[in-house]
Design a protein around this ligand. Structure first.
Ligand code: ATP
Ligand code: MG
Length: 297
């Protein structure tokens, strides 16, 4: 079941169901598989209710029992999604999940609406998401699943931290909330730079990106995965830089290397695709100062 399908059935989950999910979450780092007995000891309702709940959560694929029922359970991404969605819904940050606006290797991004009717982007991290076939086939990756959930929680934490540091200084999606492996930001109505087949004022866009890299550096942050896929461009030429979970602080030992790679990625993209081989001298200077040396595109 996809998150989108699940979201429609969200209302079917009871307080007991959420209680069990939160027991699973609490034990995420403690057990590879949470023993049935541990769950049983943690509930404040009957075992009959527990069994009904586990069956439902299992059918909805929020949890999985790798060795059969009543032995042990693991929390699936969908189970963590359910917990995050509940928090977002209680806080009024997401009152309806809309279309998927980006499915990548590491995250699914959805268009959503807040209680006040504001449109937002909701990013669910999916680190190490195995393909479905693999999921069925490779038992071992299943047992490791909860480590991926932790990695995703960490990624969301890191991305949100960067966005808070950069907000107001660098064009980034404005951070609104983070819970577990989910980051909510304002929705930016733009398209990935890499996908544009027409771009007026390409040079202007390039210079805005250079300014943004510089401002981020001044705020202490190096993106580390900057490419034309992580720049969104609006129809009016406005830009934002997205996708920050892998950022490093500017005093990280590898920061100069990462910064150079980010800058080169962007410069060579504009050279290749938009035939821009030269930039104004004041921007050459910005780059030289940032990198501490001159580079060739
Ligand atoms: N704030 C936002 N407003 C509008 N669209 C967004 C926003 N954030 C992300 N998106 C869309 O979702 C896509 C994926 O987002 P992001 O780059 O942050 O995730 P990802 O982990 O890089 O996914 P991938 O593995 O594909 O690189 C973006 O390319 C963009 O189209
Ligand atoms: Mg991306």
């Amino acid at each position: 079941m996809s998150l989108h399908e699940f979201a429609k059935r969200f209302g079917e989950l009871t307080d007991e169901d959420f209680f069990i999910l939160s027991i699973m979450e609490r034990n995420l780092t403690k057990f590879r598989e949470v023993p049935y007995q541990v769950i049983l000891q943690s509930i404040n309702f009957s075992e009959a209710k527990l069994e009904r709940s586990l069956k439902k959560l299992h059918e909805l694929r929020l949890i999985w029992s790798p060795r059969g029922k009543k032995i042990a359970y693991v929390l699936n991404y969908l189970g963590l999604d359910a917990l995050a969605l509940r928090t977002l819904s209680l806080k009024g940050i997401v009152s309806g999940l809309g279309m998927s606006i980006g499915v990548g290797k590491e995250a699914d991004v959805y268009d959503a609406i807040t209680r006040e009717g504001k449109r937002v982007a909701v990013k669910f991290f999916r680190i190490g998401r195995p393909s479905f076939k693999k999921y069925e086939r490779v038992r071992e990756s299943l047992v490791r699943v909860h480590n991926y959930l932790e990695a995703s929680i960490r990624a969301a934490y890191m991305e949100f931290k960067a966005l808070l540091m950069l907000k107001g200084k660098v064009p980034v999606p404005s951070p609104l909330y983070r819970t577990r492996h989910v980051v909510v930001t304002e929705l930016f109505e733009g398209v990935e730079l890499a996908l544009l087949s027409k771009l007026e004022n390409a040079e202007e866009v390039l210079l805005k990106i250079i300014d943004a890299i510089k401002s981020a550096y001044e705020a202490g942050v190096v993106h580390r995965d900057l490419s034309a896929y992580n720049v969104l461009v609006k129809a009016d030429g406005g830009i934002i830089l997205i996708d920050w979970p892998q950022w490093v602080e500017k005093n990280h030992p590898q920061a100069p290397l990462y910064l150079e790679r980010d800058v080169k990625n962007i410069l060579s993209f504009f050279a290749r695709k938009w035939n821009i081989w030269n930039i104004p001298p004041e921007y050459e200077k910005i780059i030289d100062e940032l990198l501490g040396k001159s580079i060739n595109i």
